[in-house]
Design a protein around this ligand. Structure first.
Ligand code: PRP
Ligand code: URA
Length: 197
């Protein structure tokens, strides 16, 4: 996990390696966030005998927050291929850092689902709270937020606004700078993922 995080933080990491590291760390975080999902017993036949096993018995919905969250989606689907996917598009204003919504498409019936909201950066927390508000209005009750780097301000805002949401992150960094970027952070995740710097 931490080797991938260091590669993501390193300003010299090119987009192709950045994408690979984002997938690697997302897979590990998603495994952590889904550790307690309900499962059911199954039996399969190996070439030699019957073998008992388990499979996930929950409706899982993955919700990437566009655009940067898309860099984590393939990893989560690798782990839970049957998951349904919703999308929420949010854009932080470059001057005010206030997030505004430009897109949302969510699957129906979120009440009984385990929702994995994926957004690599939790900075002021404004985007996360806007997305969580939307998910709550759509009926979601069990929401887990997976992010790669968080700031103390963002964690505090989410905990205050949505105390039942569990946050999974490998790093809570020092602070936000004057432009509301996480320090030390890793820069603009979406720009580094897609080479739009
Ligand atoms: C980034 C990031 C979060 C948000 C975090 O997205 O992916 O959604 O900023 O900041 P906040 O906690 O202060 O709201 P951005 O709005 O830059 O959009 P992008 O993913 O399309 O680049
Ligand atoms: N969004 C990013 O991509 N990085 C930050 O540090 C803050 C918001």
């Amino acid at each position: 996990m931490h080797d991938a995080l260091v590669a993501l933080r390193n300003a010299a990491t090119p987009p192709e390696v950045f994408r690979r590291m984002a997938v690697r760390i997302s897979l590990l975080l998603a495994a952590e966030a889904t550790r307690d999902l309900p499962s059911e017993a199954i039996t399969v036949k190996t070439p030699l005998a019957a073998a008992d096993g388990k499979r996930v018995a929950a409706d899982v919905v993955v919700v990437p927050v566009l655009r940067a969250g898309l860099g984590m989606l393939d990893a989560v689907l690798e782990l839970i291929p049957a998951a349904r996917v919703g999308h929420i598009g949010l854009q932080r204003d470059e001057i005010t850092a206030v997030a505004s919504q430009y897109y949302a498409k969510l699957p129906r019936g979120l009440e009984e689902s385990v929702v994995l909201m994926i957004d690599p950066m939790l900075a002021t927390g404004g985007s996360a709270v806007a997305a969580l508000d939307l998910l709550k209005r759509a009926g979601a009750r069990d929401v887990r937020l997976i992010c790669i780097v968080a700031a103390p301000e963002g964690v505090a805002l989410v905990e205050r606004s949505h105390p039942r949401v569990r946050i999974y992150t490998p790093a809570i960094d020092r602070e936000l700078n004057a432009h509301k970027f996480i320090v030390p952070g890793l820069g603009d995740f979406g720009d580094r993922l897609y080479g739009t710097v």
